[in-house]
Structure formats: C-alpha cells, structure tokens
Design a protein around this ligand. Structure first.
Ligand SMILES: NC(=O)c1ccc[n+]([C@@H]2O[C@H](COP(=O)([O-])OP(=O)(O)OC[C@H]3O[C@@H](n4cnc5c(N)ncnc54)[C@H](O)[C@@H]3O)[C@@H](O)[C@H]2O)c1
Length: 265
C-alpha cells in the first residue's frame, strides 16, 4: 500500500493528511508530542491508517530517520512538508533552523528514498515571492549543501524575523527548483506551494501579534483568508496523476495578493 508522509500536524498538515490519506498508510511527523498525538487520535477515529513519528525537521539525522521509516513501510507516493514556524512567534535562529534548514533536510532525506512516482511538495510562502535577493544570493540558497546553509552571508544578514522568513521561504522555492533534476532522474517530482494567508493557528498568531491581514485581502478583492482545505486540494493535484509534467516549480495560492501588490498598489 502506498505511503503518504506529512510533516507538521498543524492546520495545513492535518488537512493534507485527510485529503491524501484514504486507502494509504499515513506517516505524520511533528516535533511536538501533544500536537502529534492529537492529530493521530483525530485521524484514527475517522478511520485512517495513520502512524506518528516524532521528528524535529531542523535535525538532519531525525529527518533521515523519518524517511527511512516511511520507506520501510512501503513505496512512498506523496510527501507533503508543512512543518514550519512563523515570523510572528519564532526567533531569527528558529526560522532559519526550521523553515530554511528543515526544508533542505526534507528534500535531501526524501531524495534518497524517492522512487518512480514519488511526489514531494514543500510548503513555502507567498513571502518568498517578495524576496529581493541578488542572483548570487539565490544561487547560494539553491545549491549550497544543507549542512553549510546556516553559515551563508545572506542568512547572517537577516536582521528581523520577517526578513529571515522571507529569505527562508525564497530558499525553499529555489532549492526545490534546483533539486528537480535529481528527482526527475528517479522518476520523481518536487514542487513548492506558496500560500498566502490561510486560516490556521499560525495565521491566528500573526493576527494576534497586530498584523492586519484583512487589509490586503480586502484591497486585492478576495476579501477572505484561504482555508487549509484549499491548500490540501493543491497538494492533491501536485502529488496526483494530473500533474505528472509539473516539477521544479511553485504554485502561488494567495487569493491574488501578490498580483495586486505588483500591479495595483
Ligand atoms: N497559515 C498561513 O497563513 C501560512 C502562510 C504562508 C505559509 N505558511 C506555511 O505553511 C506551513 C504550515 O503552516 P500552518 O499554517 O499549518 O501552521 P501550524 O502552526 O498550524 O502548523 C505547523 C506545524 O509544524 C510543527 N512544527 C514546528 N516546528 C517544527 C519542527 N522543528 N519540526 C517538526 N514540526 C514542527 C508545529 O508543531 C505545527 O504542528 C508552514 O511552513 C508555514 O510557514 C503558512
């Protein structure tokens, strides 16, 4: 039976696990035992075959252990990496360790066990689309070995959590592009999804920190936040048969905010 791996048992992770998990074995990973247990109990009660794997994605060895555990269960159909921290609640160091290095670890570890048909989706952010990095900085973020990423000058230069988040999320997008060659050679695919404001615990924390998220959403005409189910639907498309020619790219799901910012503000 095909295996679906989902990192992050939060708002998006649970929605993705539910959308992809029917008839598969779901391996759900999170760094926090209580979050993991709550999600496992919920999905088990709903009839899913779901297992938990306590994993801190900032730890390369732990992510390698997760990938091995998944491959030991069976052929890996889909991996959706949603584990992450936000600029509203995390420090610069945490953002770089989890959102930047953690995603690099997931790409590396699952690249080792990906087989024909495996599709990895990493959740980046619309914030990555707002990065103004030089070609040299982007190249370094795309191609530097994971163990050396945190030592890059562009990483050290991030002066605020928001700045760190933008760099980390842009890095997710360009690392996925750069990794597509290796994944193609395995018959496997790799993409990012870049969400705008999606109604989860993370965006609620951002709203609580004083960020008026509705102003931009109203101005761009959509007038609402996105739902975790809308991200899950995109993940289903990118891990399913209808997207077999789509790899090494990014799907921006932001209700039109980036388009509004570029052309109408
Ligand atoms: N919600 C939004 O508006 C929004 C917008 C853009 C991008 N994103 C991105 O989407 C992803 C999912 O966010 P969400 O909204 O579901 O948030 P969430 O807070 O609901 O879930 C995130 C999960 O990641 C887990 N986690 C945190 N650090 C971890 C670590 N080191 N190792 C393993 N697990 C860890 C948390 O315990 C939590 O369960 C994140 O990467 C986030 O940056 C979210």
């Amino acid at each position: 039976m095909s295996v679906v791996v989902v990192t992050g048992a939060g708002g998006m992770g649970l929605a993705v696990a539910r959308r992809l998990g029917s008839g598969c074995t779901v391996l759900l990973a999170d760094a926090f035992p209580a979050s993991l247990e709550r999600a496992i109990n919920t999905m088990t009660a709903e009839g899913y075959d779901v297992r938990g794997h306590l994993t801190d994605v900032s730890d390369a060895a732990a992510v390698a252990g997760l990938a091995k555990a998944a491959a030991d269960i069976g052929p890996i159909g889909a991996v959706v990496h949603t584990a992450g921290v936000s600029a509203a609640t995390a420090t610069i160091g945490q953002i770089m360790a989890v959102d930047l290095a953690g995603t690099a670890h997931v790409i590396d570890a699952f690249g080792e066990v990906a087989t024909h048909g495996t599709s990895l989706v990493c959740v980046a952010s619309m914030a990555g689309h707002y990065a103004t990095l030089s070609p040299v900085q982007e190249r370094a973020l795309a191609l530097t070995p994971s163990a050396e990423l945190l030592g890059l000058p562009v990483v050290a230069a991030a002066g605020t959590p928001v700045g760190a988040y933008i760099v980390a999320k842009r890095a997710n997008q360009v690392r996925v592009q750069a990794a597509a060659l290796d994944w193609n050679r395995r018959g496997a695919r790799i993409n990012t999804i870049s969400p705008g404001m999606i109604a989860t615990a993370m965006s609620r924390a951002e709203a609580d920190s004083g960020h008026d998220m509705m102003a931009t959403l109203d101005a761009c005409g959509i007038g609402r936040t996105g739902t975790p189910a809308e991200i899950a639907e995109a993940a289903a498309f990118l891990t399913g048969p209808a997207s077999r020619y789509i790899t090494g790219t990014d799907l921006l799901i932001d209700g039109g905010q980036a388009a509004w910012l570029r052309w109408h503000r």
